[in-house]
Design a protein around this ligand. Structure first.
Ligand SMILES: Cc1cc2nc3c(=O)[nH]c(=O)nc-3n(C[C@H](O)[C@H](O)[C@H](O)COP(=O)(O)OP(=O)(O)OC[C@H]3O[C@@H](n4cnc5c(N)ncnc54)[C@H](O)[C@@H]3O)c2cc1C
Length: 342
């Protein structure tokens, strides 16, 4: 659960992924005051040009090459208060020499630029003269439930296919592979579930409703704490401590916040409508996922692929294995340990 694909996205004036081929143009990054910031976060010997050149090769953030300093720089600037009011930093192509950049007609940027330029223009942004705001964003989780080749979890009859399942990806996920994973394991899960259903028939539905009612009874819902604000505070703390820059102290802080927010939803959340009830359940789940991810990220005392620890920036060969979250561990709701998926 510590491995999550993240990358650079546009956050204003609209939300969209930032295609990695666009780094080929050498855009300028500036903070809220218009000051270039990337060089402030580079180690000695690296140049802004060299890390941006590397960034064109792949979209996802990875600690495994120097392109990481693009996301590290963006997230550091935002964490240090240099971001815009919309939570991003500025990016522009204003001084880029497009005659030179587009001269090689076989390059990705030469092929994609006309399409990209028109697409932005239709949305009111002229890339030759306007700035956009970018930030780091979560894209897809690489971890999830442990499944067998039929997509069945260790609870017989409970299947997991797609992003909710772990296994096919590692510390870095190959771009484009998640849709394939959904289809392959979705088909396998469907076949196996049909086979089991033929053998066993269906569960007694009224029992499920009883369980649901018991769960919903845990949400009294007469509190005064607005759910959107609680959700926003979880997102803020996860953005700061989990998305790109992780360290022991920050991950512990995230765990405490996630637990506190979950407890507040349960004890004092303002739940007035059926939609609020759904939102409350979703927020509780988000808190639990944040806690599990932070726990796994704490257990992985190294940097590897999409998992980057500022306090442990090197990878450690002895940790070249999975982290398994165990709900049955004694004295613990969850426990993370190194191990093989098997
Ligand atoms: C911007 C972006 C671009 C991407 N581009 C690519 C790409 O180019 N190639 C690629 O392979 N992958 C890409 N991905 C990743 C890929 O799209 C996702 O991993 C994939 O769509 C996940 O599909 P899923 O069915 O597993 O999960 P989801 O699409 O998240 O579906 C889960 C569904 O379950 C529903 N649900 C949740 N809880 C409950 C509940 N309690 N009861 C009932 N329903 C529930 C949700 O509402 C949702 O509809 C991209 C992701 C993003 C965000």
């Amino acid at each position: 659960m510590e491995f999550m694909q993240a990358g650079v996205s546009i956050v204003s004036p609209f939300v969209n992924l930032f295609g990695n081929y666009l780094w080929n143009a050498g855009p300028r990054l500036t903070d809220r005051d218009g000051v270039p910031f990337l060089s402030d976060y580079l180690p000695e010997g690296l140049t802004v040009q060299s890390v941006i050149d590397e960034k064109q090769r792949h979209f996802p953030f990875s600690s495994s090459d120097i392109s990481r300093y693009v996301e590290i720089g963006i997230q550091s600037a935002i964490n240090e208060g240099r971001g815009t009011d919309d939570g991003g930093v500025y990016l522009d192509f204003i001084d880029c020499d497009f005659d030179r950049i587009l001269a090689d007609r076989t390059s990705s940027i030469a092929r994609m630029w006309p399409l990209t330029y028109d697409w932005y223009k239709e949305r009111g942004t002229h890339l030759y003269r306007d700035k956009v705001q970018i930030a780091c964003s979560a894209h897809a989780i690489n971890g999830g439930l442990r499944i067998d080749p039929d997509a069945q979890s260790n609870i017989r009859g409970l299947f997991a296919a797609g992003e909710v399942a772990a296994g096919p990806h590692g510390a870095d996920r190959l771009g484009g592979n998640m849709s394939v994973t959904c289809q392959v394991f979705g088909a396998r899960a469907g076949r196996k579930a049909a086979e089991l259903a033929r053998e066993h028939g269906h569960l007694d539905i009224p029992n499920l409703f009883d369980e649901q009612a018991a769960f919903l009874a845990r949400l009294p819902g007469h509190g005064s704490e607005p759910l959107p604000e609680l959700r926003r505070s979880l997102q803020m703390v996860a953005n700061r401590h989990l998305l790109i820059l992780r360290d022991g102290k920050g991950l512990e802080a995230l765990r405490s916040s996630a637990t506190a927010i979950r407890d507040t939803v349960l004890s004092a959340g303002r739940i007035e409508t059926p939609q609020d009830r759904i939102n409350a359940i979703e927020l509780i789940n988000m808190c639990e996922v944040a806690d599990i991810m932070a726990m796994a990220a704490l257990e992985r005392a190294e940097s590897r692929g999409s998992h980057y620890r500022t306090d442990l920036p090197e990878s450690d060969d002895s940790q070249d294995t999975n982290i398994i979250i165990d709900r049955t561990a004694p004295n613990s709701f969850f426990c993370a340990r190194l191990g093989e998926l098997g």
